[in-house]
Design a protein around this ligand. Structure first.
Ligand code: SF4
Length: 362
């Protein structure tokens, strides 16, 4: 009998086909991962690109109902990294030949924050002699701010839509002006228009979310023509309103396996984009990130935030590696990538080929 995996062209999967793929089990599921890995090797090679992530501040003006650092959570100490600590992390990335860094933070639209980020971006370019690629993950900002940071030297932006259905998005966020789906979508369009390599992503296994939603999420990413994706399983945090649904969620292993399938299907649909193996995968399975790489992901984001702040940037519970310094991580990452069958792209930006193909109109 013919299987959906016998298809020759996966670039235009329809919703029913995606649902069929998401429901694969056992050897069919493994064959899906193998197929995605093959496509990844053909289009993106065997390199894994490192983006050292600096979690700059856990001060956030938003109150997303699933997030551990939401403004309404009083059970954590708020922090902002000091300049010297920030540059120490940047120098760590340069020394260990990470090709890029990601600056991530709770959402802050103050002038002081915008100015500080502009200064950091310019300074990173200067001290790395242009070597470090810069991805920003700083939430919703005005188009002018995005433009300013782009002109300062940032060239990739990750803004997860988290859930692409406006109705479901509403259930996951407070009902007010600053948690508005249309506004978030507008930001994605602005980023693309400015010329950033655009990244988005979702959480998998959220309360109320169905397999149909997930299929639509993949079609959303395809239609938005993204260059990068970071998606991970939803892991509940006790200090959040959504925690009350903890007994109604899919079992955690099912969320993990669905995430692997989402990565693999997206790789088949968009062969030349960058896909991250997110830390949330490792929170569920010690080999989670390696399994994600073998299912089609090609980017890792090792945490290079100073250790003393890591306990306070817990977007979800059981986040791994919070008790380790960056130095403890590097050997571990290298050997894990090698064992998984890949090589690190040292000193390489590892940009999205999709972005350049689009630019050239190929
Ligand atoms: S998900 Fe992002 S924007 Fe929402 S509360 Fe958490 S850090 Fe803030």
């Amino acid at each position: 009998m013919k299987s959906i995996l016998d298809k020759q062209d996966f670039s235009n999967l329809d919703k029913n086909e995606i649902i069929e793929l998401l429901q694969l089990r056992g050897s069919d599921e493994l064959n899906l991962f193998k197929k995605a890995n093959k496509i990844r090797l053909r289009y993106r090679g065997d390199r894994v690109y490192l983006r050292g992530i600096i979690e700059y501040s856990n001060i956030c003006k938003k109150n997303c109902l699933y997030c551990g650092i939401r403004s309404g959570n009083k059970n954590l100490t708020r922090y902002t990294i000091k300049d010297e600590e920030f540059y120490e992390a940047v120098n760590f990335a340069i020394k260990h030949r990470y090709g890029s860094i990601v600056i991530q933070s709770g959402e802050n639209t103050s002038t002081a924050f915008i100015d500080k980020m502009t200064e950091y971006i310019k300074e990173i370019k200067r001290i790395s002699i242009g070597k470090l690629g810069i991805t920003l993950s700083l939430g919703e900002q005005s188009k002018e701010t995005y433009q300013r940071w782009y002109e300062a030297g940032a060239h990739r932006y990750l803004l997860r839509i988290e859930e692409s259905h406006p109705e479901l998005y509403k259930k996951l966020h407070p009902q007010d002006d600053i948690h508005d789906f249309d506004k978030r979508y507008r930001c994605l369009v602005d980023l693309k228009e400015i010329g950033y390599q655009l990244g988005t992503g979702i959480m998998i296994g959220l309360p109320y979310q169905t397999i149909e939603h997930l299929a639509d999420d993949l079609i959303f990413m395809k239609n938005l023509d993204i260059d990068m994706c970071g998606m991970g399983p939803y892991i509940e945090h006790p200090d959040t309103p959504l925690y009350k649904y903890k007994n109604n969620l899919l079992p955690i292993k099912e969320r993990f396996s669905l995430t692997l399938k989402m990565i693999a299907i997206l790789r088949l649909m968009m062969p030349d984009i960058n896909i991250a193996a997110t830390t949330a995968m490792q929170a569920i399975d010690p080999m989670g990130r390696e399994k994600a790489l073998q299912a089609g992901a090609n980017v890792l984001m090792p945490n290079i935030t100073p250790k003393k702040y890591r306990d306070e940037y817990l977007l979800y519970k059981n986040k791994p590696n919070i008790d380790k310094n960056p130095d403890d991580n590097i050997c571990c990452i290298e050997s894990r990538i090698r064992i998984a069958g890949f090589r690190i792209g040292y000193d390489e930006w590892g940009d999205s080929l999709h972005y350049f193909r689009n630019k050239k109109g190929i």
